[in-house]
Design a protein around this ligand. Structure first.
Ligand SMILES: [Cu+2]
Length: 173
């Protein structure tokens, strides 16, 4: 949840326990195939907490300032609009910029990792030049930390509950 009062950015993450990054052992059609063979989660999303009014020429930028090695991030969007997700690497993944301009819309990035473990990432959310992302003086940034835990690839027995079997048959026919 991100808010801005004209001077200060504030942010907070609501989670009782770190969400799970799961490896479903599936293959996806490009560009979503960046998640193949990985643990991943899109549970966290950047969301405006109330109305945000920005000064002309400024934007809200989100920088990943540090993260557990091996954590990857890909551009997502609204969870219901998966077809619109670019899956482009962001926040330093694959040499991408560590900063990312947020357009104020709900955005669930895809957080992924190849190796099991506990992951966390620290973000600095600040007001910057809308073109360059350079931080602007006179504004107060906010930091937030997100965490995940990986869970093992489910066995075929646990994936295929009765509902799963029915779903698969329908898709095949
Ligand atoms: Cu959402």
């Amino acid at each position: 949840m991100i808010s801005f009062d004209g001077t200060a950015v504030t942010s907070h993450a609501d989670f009782a326990s770190p969400p799970e990054m799961k490896n479903y052992g599936e293959s996806y059609t490009p560009p979503a195939d960046v998640l193949d063979g990985k643990f991943y989660s899109s549970q966290f999303g950047f969301l405006a907490d109330g109305f945000i009014s920005l000064d002309a020429g400024t934007a809200i930028w989100i920088e990943m300032t540090s993260a557990t090695p091996g954590l990857e991030v890909y551009e997502g969007g609204m969870r219901m609009m998966r077809d619109m997700h670019t899956y482009a690497p962001i926040f330093g993944t694959d040499g991408s910029d560590t900063t990312w301009k947020w357009n104020g819309m709900m955005h669930h990035p895809w957080f992924a990792a190849t190796n099991p473990g506990n992951y966390s990432a620290d973000f600095n959310i600040y007001i910057g030049d809308e073109i360059t992302g350079a931080a602007l003086s006179g504004y107060v940034p906010s930091t937030v930390t997100l965490e995940w835990v990986t869970v093992p690839a489910p066995t075929s027995a646990s994936i295929l509950g009765l509902g799963g079997l029915v779903g698969m048959r329908r898709r095949r026919h």
